[in-house]
Structure formats: structure tokens, C-alpha cells
Design a protein around this ligand. Structure first.
Ligand code: HEM
Length: 197
């Protein structure tokens, strides 16, 4: 599969860029207009968390897409997707710090130590930060082989993100179960390929 090059660079990729911005605009606008239901602040934090996880999984889908449907251009979307995942993670974290904790650092520190799903979420953000910072072409060149090693942390981060969701839910486990299944397929495909070689 191949999208004609001019369409890929001038239409497909910019369109995807704009589409990925829509959830952030939706929550920003919804908050501004007070249209996010009875508990808008929780809706924003949760919604941004959902999108962070979805885009993280979408990033992991790119290299299987190249292999399974022979779509080499998919790899050229990976950096944008990864940075968007980080963007949503940061907004999600900011939502928590602001709307949930009102920037009360003592309370936040206590929460990180006391609630395991917050602890694991925090570890995931801390691990994701160097990946976002080293996603430039210059850093890829400078880090050489270590770049790949560093970026394989994304597998661990996705597992932590899914555990974060499991540990957060109290009753209905449908959503974390669906995300776990998708992640298992994405990681399983890689493991299968590795064992076959
Ligand atoms: C890679 C990092 C992270 C990802 C992918 C992520 C993703 C998610 C997801 C998918 C949810 C569930 C949303 C839903 O209910 O539909 C969630 C909830 C939540 N996350 Fe995160 N998260 C991350 C890091 C963090 C961090 C660092 C914090 C705070 C320190 C945090 C705080 C929360 C809170 C407070 C909730 C909502 C809990 C509630 O409403 O009871 N997350 N997150």
C-alpha cells in the first residue's frame, strides 16, 4: 500500500495532525462553555487520559501496519503520533494537578505515595518525557543505537498506562479490558515476530 507522495505529505499527514487536535479543542471548548455534564473537571481529566492512551496505542500500531499491509509511510507518522500522545498525557497530568489538586504540592506528593494508580501514572509520564525530548532528527542521529534502546521503553510505558487504568476503575472493567486486549495484540505481534526469527 502507498498513498501518492504529494497527497501523503500535503493532505494525509496535515489532516491527521488537525484531527488529533480535535479532542483537546473539544474539552477546552466544552469546559469554556460548561457543556461537559455534571462533573466537567472529571470529564476533562478522564477524556484527556483516554486520548493519551488511544494515541499511544495508535503509535504502536504503525510498525505492524508497515509489516502487515506493507505500508512503509506509516513509520513517518510515528513521531507525530508519539508527540501527540505525550501532549495529551501532559494535558491530562495538568488537569489532575490543577482541577483535582489545585496545585497543592504537599497533597500531590501524598497522593503519589498513597494511591498506586497515581504512582504508576507518574512513573509512565517520567519515562515518556525523555522519549519526547529525544524525538528530533538531531537526537536520533546523536544517540545512534542507543536511541532505539531508549525508545523501546514505550512498550513498558504502554503496559504501565493500561495498569494505571485497571487500578483506577472501581466497577466496570470493560474499557481497561478492551485496551489491554489491543495492547496484547500489538505487543504479541512483535514477540511472535521476534521468536520466529
Ligand atoms: C502515560 C501516562 C498516562 C496515561 C496514558 C493515562 C491514562 C488514563 C486513562 C486512560 C484514564 C481513565 C479515563 C477514563 O476513566 O475513561 C486515566 C484516569 C486518570 N488519570 Fe491518568 N494517565 C497517565 C498518567 C497519569 C498521571 C501522571 C496522573 C496524575 C499524577 C494521572 C491521573 C489520573 C486521574 C486523576 C484519573 C481519573 C481518576 C478518576 O476520575 O477517578 N494519570 N488516566
Amino acid at each position: 500500500m502507498k498513498i501518492a507522495e504529494p497527497y501523503f505529505t500535503r493532505v494525509f499527514k496535515p489532516l491527521l495532525f488537525v484531527l488529533l487536535l480535535v479532542p483537546a479543542l473539544y474539552y477546552g471548548w466544552g469546559l469554556w462553555q460548561d457543556e461537559l455534564g455534571a462533573n466537567p473537571l472529571e470529564a476533562v481529566i478522564r477524556g484527556l487520559g483516554d486520548w493519551a492512551l488511544r494515541i499511544l496505542l495508535l503509535t504502536l500500531l504503525m510498525s505492524p501496519l508497515r509489516r502487515l499491509i506493507n505500508w512503509a509511510q506509516a513509520l513517518r507518522l510515528r513521531r507525530m503520533l508519539g508527540l501527540y500522545a505525550y501532549f495529551y498525557v501532559v494535558l491530562h497530568l495538568l488537569g489532575y494537578l490543577w482541577f483535582d489538586q489545585f496545585f497543592d504540592w504537599e497533597e500531590i506528593w501524598f497522593d503519589i505515595l498513597e494511591r498506586p494508580f497515581i504512582t504508576i501514572g507518574m512513573v509512565a509520564v517520567v519515562l515518556l518525557t525523555p522519549l519526547a525530548l529525544t524525538s528530533t532528527k538531531g537526537m536520533i542521529r546523536r544517540l545512534g543505537k542507543n536511541w532505539k534502546r531508549l525508545h523501546s521503553l514505550v512498550y513498558l510505558i504502554s503496559i504501565l498506562a493500561v495498569i494505571h487504568f485497571w487500578w483506577m476503575v472501581k466497577l466496570d472493567i470493560t474499557e481497561p479490558a478492551i485496551y489491554s486486549l489491543i495492547l496484547a495484540v500489538l505487543l504479541g505481534e512483535r514477540l511472535f515476530r521476534k521468536l520466529k526469527i
